[in-house]
Each structure stands twice: as structure tokens, then as C-alpha cells.
Write a new protein. Structure first.
Length: 79
């Protein structure tokens, strides 16, 4: 099995599967409400001109997350 990597470290075009979701309370609940759940495939679409936020594609929609939020999500890369 692949090692886990933080979501914010991936490059545009890479796909990964969500393995762990960090955070607590309202932030963790917000992740789950947005569809960021263990086992879901997420793809990095693009970054903003200054690098933050980053646009992701998950469950058929586009989602923007700040890097500090994405750092709380661990994924493993697809080959």
C-alpha cells in the first residue's frame, strides 16, 4: 500500500483517494458535508495565481480549499 501524503502537496492533474480527515468540530463536519470522506477519489484541478486556494474535483463538483485546510486531509496517490 502507498504511503499517505497531505492533499495540499499534490500537483494539478494528480488523483488520489482520501485516507484520513483531520480537523475537529465544525471544520471536520464541514469537510464531511462537502463530500470529503474516506475512500472518495479527489483530483487536483488547478491553483489560484498566488497558489492559494486550490481547486479540487470530487463527487462531480469543483471545490476550492485553502492550503491549510487541505493539509488536514491525508490521501494516497493513484498509480
Amino acid at each position: 500500500m502507498s504511503e499517505f501524503i497531505q492533499l495540499h502537496l499534490l500537483l494539478p492533474g494528480q488523483k488520489a483517494t482520501i485516507a484520513r480527515i483531520g480537523g475537529a468540530g465544525a471544520l471536520r463536519r464541514r469537510f464531511i458535508e462537502m463530500g470529503i470522506v474516506k475512500g472518495e477519489v479527489i483530483e487536483i484541478e488547478r491553483s489560484a495565481p498566488l497558489g492559494d486556494p486550490v481547486e479540487y474535483f470530487i463527487k462531480g463538483y469543483h471545490l476550492a480549499l485553502r492550503k491549510e485546510e487541505a493539509a488536514l486531509i491525508e490521501v494516497f496517490l493513484h498509480d
